[in-house]
Design a binder for this molecule. Structure first.
Ligand code: GAR
Length: 195
């Protein structure tokens, strides 16, 4: 069974959905570690409640990104992590982690990529006035939300939708679809799902 590290920066509702799915037997993986780049994030509390080791980092305390990622990498090695799952981790993955976990890092993004990459994808979609947005699960490469797409789900933007209502719709789908997609990915020999 794959030992996964989940990276989160905020509330960690996707972290929770993944942990729950593992406990319910819907996702064949061991959630072995939470990595967080925001020491006060609610995701850490969730990990503590679930009995999952959590390590919080303050990236600006390191001289550069490589030093920060080396410290993260050390924790991944201590916890014998096979696969990295980004769940609301608001930081670009650098060459240190990318080369150590090549092809073994996935991300979820709240838009139909390549539309609205980067920060505040939901706000960008509302601002643009699209009638359909969605979620994308993709492998991580050196770019900003540019890696090969694994799965997408469209979500309708209703006339009266606010940022809050659209975010809720997106979260509801993410919480079902992310664990499900990870389960499918882990059950495919060689993990070769690409475009
Ligand atoms: C999720 O909606 C995720 O798609 C998004 O952050 C949210 C985290 O929520 N990720 C990105 O925007 C990545 N570019 P959560 O902390 O409650 O799981």
């Amino acid at each position: 069974m794959k030992r996964i590290a989940i990276f989160a920066s905020g509330s960690g509702s996707n972290f929770q959905a993944i942990v729950d799915a593992c406990q319910e037997g819907l996702l064949d993986a061991e959630p072995a570690l939470l990595i967080c780049d925001k020491p006060g994030a609610y995701a850490i509390e969730r990990a503590e409640r679930a009995g999952i080791p959590a390590v919080a980092f303050v990236p600006r305390e390191y001289p550069n990104k490589a030093a920060y990622e080396n410290a993260v990498l050390q924790q991944l090695q201590v916890h014998r992590i096979d696969f990295i799952v980004l769940a609301g981790y608001m930081r670009l993955i650098g060459p240190t982690l990318l080369s150590a976990y090549k092809g073994r890092i996935v991300n979820i993004h709240p838009s139909l990529l390549p539309a609205f990459p980067g920060l505040d994808a939901i706000g960008q979609a509302l601002e643009y006035g699209v009638k359909v947005t969605g979620i994308t699960i993709h492998f991580v490469d050196e770019g900003m939300d540019t890696g090969p797409i694994i799965a997408q789900v469209p979500i309708e933007v209703a006339a009266g939708d606010t940022r809050e209502s659209l975010q809720k719709k997106i979260h509801d789908i993410e919480h079902i679809f992310y664990p499900k997609t990870l389960h499918q990915l882990f059950s495919i020999k060689g993990e070769k799902i690409t475009r």
